[in-house]
Ligand binder design. Structure first.
Ligand code: FES
Length: 110
């Protein structure tokens, strides 16, 4: 099964089922696995607080949604970042929480 590795949470690994007919967002997979991740607008693509840095696996991600593309164009998401609520993993990826989006009660390893 494919996996998501979170590099700055001690390389925590989450495995998920890949369903190509109805893929699930990174954020939904993290939530299913009880991983705290900022998502101020509730996963509706309005806030960018759920963004992650992509460490590896850029080619294993769904195409950018329209709303995500607009945030890129506005400079609110960098080239190496994606919104976890808008992005579906299609294989193994490694991500990290950007400095600005770290939660106060979570221990990060870098
Ligand atoms: S949770 Fe707000 S954009 Fe993803």
């Amino acid at each position: 099964m494919p996996k998501i590795t979170i590099s700055n949470q001690a390389n925590k690994v989450v495995v998920f089922n890949l369903n190509n007919e109805s893929p699930v967002s990174i954020l939904a997979i993290l939530q299913e696995n009880n991983i705290d991740w900022m998502h101020a607008c509730g996963g509706n693509g309005r806030c960018t607080s759920c963004k992650c840095n992509i460490i590896s696996g850029q080619s294993k991600l769904s195409n950018k949604s329209e709303v995500e593309s607009s945030f890129f164009e506005a400079g609110k998401i960098l080239d190496n970042q994606r919104l976890t609520c808008q992005t579906m993993p299609l294989g193994d990826i490694t991500i990290e929480v950007p400095e600005k989006n770290k939660l106060p009660d979570v221990n990060y390893t870098n």
